[in-house]
Design a protein around this ligand. Structure first.
Ligand code: SAM
Length: 284
């Protein structure tokens, strides 16, 4: 690891993460990059203005919002090509994650320019890191606001078994929890609120109990990440893992060899493996 302050390069786009609530999560590298850049492209110059003021950074800003990102992308690329270094920030967290920024990055890359990530907070990773789900996850972000569209999107995720992460606004939280309970009645949900802030809170509920939870839950306030836990492995108790191994080996080998190998590979009890092998053979 090295941590010398890097002088930043000309003609480079820096994608700079900022805190999601706790100013202590601003990294030294992010501060230095914002200070040294020729220009900061900010989602909201007022929000970023507060951050810059706190660190006495005087770098000029332009506004890069969702509705002007298309037009701005070309302008920013032209300025990069003219030799400027530009830092891109959103209101909170990592740019381009449910925030503007991806289009500028794509244009800069298409023009062969250097794009440098300056990592830091992101609500999705922050929530996941303290939820306790294993294996992979998919990031869904914001669901559509209209209930039919939301149900349609959720129906497309129903086939998937991995954990899913959603962002949600407080005024839609209860509707979304209800929609998740409809679509995934057997799954567990962690509701992470106000991450890194004073009222940070994690609550984990079974979606089968969502109705009761919704009746007693206080009025949602602040910011929320929802983590739908992965589906429980199907029939994990009734089907031990060695069943799979045995089934695969039986396709390739005589029964006796398949049983012996399964026992060696999985340390399962020989009599059990043998009995199950006979059952499988009789079924086929
Ligand atoms: N770019 C940001 C990131 O990297 O996480 C996300 C921007 S998105 C417009 C804002 C949403 O992120 C909020 O509605 C909420 O779902 C989630 N979020 C951001 N900060 C949060 C926090 N401190 N606690 C919980 N959720 C947060």
């Amino acid at each position: 690891m090295h941590h010398e302050p890097h002088p930043i390069n000309k003609s480079s786009l820096y994608v700079v993460a900022t805190p999601i609530g706790n100013l202590g999560d601003m990294t030294p590298r992010a501060i230095e990059t914002l200070r040294q850049a020729d220009l900061i492209a900010a989602e909201d110059t007022r929000v970023t203005g507060h951050l810059l003021k706190h660190y006495s950074i005087g770098t000029p800003m332009v506004s890069l919002r969702e509705h002007n990102e298309r037009g701005m992308a070309d302008k920013l690329v032209a300025r990069l090509q003219a030799g400027e270094s530009i830092a891109q920030v959103s209101d909170a967290g990592t740019p381009a994650i449910s925030d503007p920024g991806a289009r500028v990055v794509a244009h800069a890359r298409a023009a062969g320019l250097r794009v440098v990530p300056i990592p830091g907070a992101s609500a999705v990773v922050t929530a996941l890191s303290a939820t306790g789900v294993e294996h992979g996850f998919s990031f869904v972000g914001f669901l559509p606001a209209k209930s039919a569209a939301r149900a349609h999107t959720l129906s497309q995720w129903q086939q998937r078994h991995e954990s899913l992460v959603f962002y949600e606004a407080p005024h839609r939280l209860h509707d979304t929890v209800a929609a998740l309970a409809q679509a995934f009645p057997t799954r567990i949900l962690t509701i992470a609120r106000e991450l890194t802030k004073l009222y940070e809170n994690f609550e984990t509920i079974a979606l089968s109990e969502a109705d009761a939870w919704l009746k007693t839950a206080p009025e949602p306030r602040g910011e929320y990440v929802l983590v739908l836990h992965e589906a429980a492995t199907q029939n994990a108790e009734t089907h031990p893992a060695w069943h799979n191994t045995l089934a695969v080996l039986l396709k390739e080998l005589p029964l006796k060899q398949a049983v012996a190998l399964t026992v060696t590979l999985t340390q399962a009890a020989k009599n059990e493996v043998y009995a199950h092998a006979l059952t499988l053979k009789n079924q086929s």
